[in-house]
Design a binder for this molecule. Structure first.
Ligand code: G4P
Length: 554
């Protein structure tokens, strides 16, 4: 009956109607998908990520007071007392995903840790977002972590919006800064707003996108009233507002920008080729609303993804998703593990059986956890772009895929080279089995990477920061009863090796036994002592490809 009504109302020849209906069926969740935006704010520590996050949440009504996010923040410079850091991470699970609605758009803002030792967590979170806002300190410019984060974004062509922060301080000349960002981050830019001076002379930003001028007042937060529509920069009102000299400077800057950058090309942004740039001051709430307003207009909806078997269209009605992060609580009173699932297609439902591809078994979740800022509670359903927290008792590892029965894994979830390598010394041979189990489980969670040396059983752990070694030592003892110590090794980088001619790889590993290891998936990995050694090996072994990251699923 319903079918015939649909056919009549479509008023088309029958064969066409069927294809229309098929298309209709495939687009079952279109409305849910089109109103979602899933992204992360990333930056080098101290550039202003937390401050900007907080302002976004204030606009979205997800928090009522400034400081709410800060109090959850891990102290960036803490180098010891990992239990305290873990305690704070425990709190920060609640803010791992901040969901709020802004002007009818449902925004999933994925938090990334501020502490550099947890950078691997950040890289993994980037596999679950559809775009990022990259915050750059206008005084310091591009910093070490900014470069690394951009590399990760480039691997998946993630669309990037750049926010140049701290304009209330004397910083770099904006043209020089854009040059620096383009060169250092290897991405083309397109300024959508432009500052009028900076530091104590900072007068505001002109939106080249909306043709409006936002005036800065150091003593009060910006409001809509501070924004003046100026369609034509030759309008003498500009002279009255910012003074003749600065008005003329803005006119010539904007002419130059138009000449160099041309019209804004949204497609170039969506394909990760060009990054729009905004200027502002997060702490003063200045330029933030303009950024958010433009973000919801230009940023991508949840995107389709590739898998080991086929392309999964985000509009498909069958559910699929993958685990991108696992959070284990160190507090013995709360031994819970939460696996973070990104929904990629279809509808996730509570208590429905889904297929756990790696374990080849069907699993269901009676308490899937939502991260809605005001309602952290069990949810009934979730759609593409959403992140669901699943209570886990050790069934998941990073990169695991859930489907409605199909066998595939989502690709594009890489492991990156650790920066510190240590050999694991078993202090209690009676607990060898427990140690093996513990090392396997902890590395499945992504706390660290585990390598085994060729021709031997030497186990090597690789981490991004020293803190993880403390965490591993503590957890191995507490959770598995295994006591270990670590011996530092002189390596600084891991490279995954492939070769068309397998014998080349075998020869290499035979000659370089002390530098070659096997990762958990059986891939051959070269551990380099320095850039010099690495470059020498690359030059001497043209038949071998040195990869700087490894795909969990290919
Ligand atoms: P992060 O998450 O990227 O690490 O940076 P966060 O937001 O914590 O900001 C780092 C420092 O920069 C903070 O100061 C913050 O107040 C300041 N900041 C953020 N935005 C601006 C801005 O637009 N202008 C200026 N001048 N400063 C800004 P702090 O002293 O380290 O911390 P706090 O005592 O303010 O919490």
């Amino acid at each position: 009956m319903l079918l015939s009504i649909c056919l009549i109302s479509l008023n088309m020849p029958t064969t066409n109607n069927l294809s229309y209906l098929c298309a209709f069926k495939v687009m079952k969740y279109e409305n849910e998908i089109s109103k979602r935006r899933t992204f992360a704010i990333i930056s080098h520590p101290d550039a202003g990520k937390t401050t900007l996050t907080e302002k976004f949440l204030l606009f979205g009504g997800a928090i009522q007071t400034a400081g709410a996010v800060k109090s959850n923040k891990i102290k960036k410079h803490a180098t010891s007392d990992f239990m305290e850091i873990e305690r704070q991470r425990g709190i920060s699970v609640a803010t791992s995903v901040m969901t709020f609605e802004y002007k009818g758009v449902l925004i999933n803002l994925l938090d990334t840790p501020g502490h550099k030792d947890f950078a691997e967590d950040t890289y993994r979170t980037l596999t679950a977002v559809d775009s990022v806002v990259l915050v750059i300190d206008g005084v310091k410019g591009v910093e070490e972590q900014t470069r690394k984060l951009m590399e990760v974004c480039r691997m998946r062509d993630t669309p990037v919006i750049v926010f140049v922060n701290k304009l209330d301080r004397d910083g770099k000349d904006p043209f020089d800064l854009l040059d620096e960002i383009e060169k250092e981050l290897k991405i083309l830019l397109h300024p959508l707003s432009w500052p009028i001076n900076m530091g104590k002379d900072f007068k505001g930003v002109y939106s080249l996108y909306d043709k409006s001028l936002l005036l800065f007042n150091a003593n009060q937060k910006a409001t809509a009233e501070d924004s003046v529509q100026i369609d034509n920069l030759d309008d003498p009102i500009l002279n009255n507002l910012v003074g003749e000299k600065d008005a003329d400077q803005l006119r010539s800057d904007s002419e130059l920008i138009e000449g160099v950058y041309g019209d804004f090309d949204n497609e170039a942004y969506l394909t990760g080729v060009k990054a729009p740039v905004f200027f502002g001051s997060a702490i003063n709430n200045f330029g933030v609303k303009e950024l958010l307003d433009t973000f919801i207009r230009i940023s991508p909806e949840p995107r389709s993804r590739e898998t080991t078997a086929r392309h999964v269209d985000v509009q498909e009605d069958k559910f699929s998703g993958f685990i991108f992060k696992i959070h284990a609580n160190l507090d013995p009173k709360h031994r819970d593990r939460i696996a973070f699932l990104r929904v990629c297609s279809g509808k996730f439902e509570r208590n429905k059986y889904f297929h756990h591809v790696r374990l080849d078994k069907d699993v269901r979740f009676s308490n899937p956890y939502s991260f809605l800022a005001r309602d952290k509670d069990v949810i009934e359903s979730a759609y593409p772009g959403d992140v669901v927290g699943l209570f886990d008792t050790g069934n998941f590892k990073i990169g695991d895929t859930l489907t409605e029965g199909e066998e595939f894994y989502f690709t594009g979830i890489p492991s990156f080279s650790p920066e510190i390598f240590k050999e694991v010394i078993n202090k209690d041979p009676m607990k060898t089995k427990q140690l093996e189990k513990g090392l396997n489980q902890l590395t499945d969670e992504g706390v660290a990477q585990l390598f085994t040396q060729h021709n031997g059983n030497r186990k090597i752990i690789g981490c991004v920061g020293d803190l993880q070694f403390e965490v591993i030592q503590y957890r191995l003892l507490q959770e598995y009863g295994a006591s270990v110590q670590f011996n530092s090794l002189p390596f600084y980088k891991a490279c995954w090796l492939t070769a068309e001619d397998k014998s080349k790889l075998e020869d290499f590993t035979r000659f370089k036994t002390s530098n070659t290891v096997i990762d958990k998936d059986g891939h051959v990995v070269y551990l380099a002592q320095s850039d010099w050694f690495l470059n020498t090996e690359i030059a001497n072994n043209p038949g071998i490809t040195f990869h700087f990251s490894s795909e969990i699923h290919k």
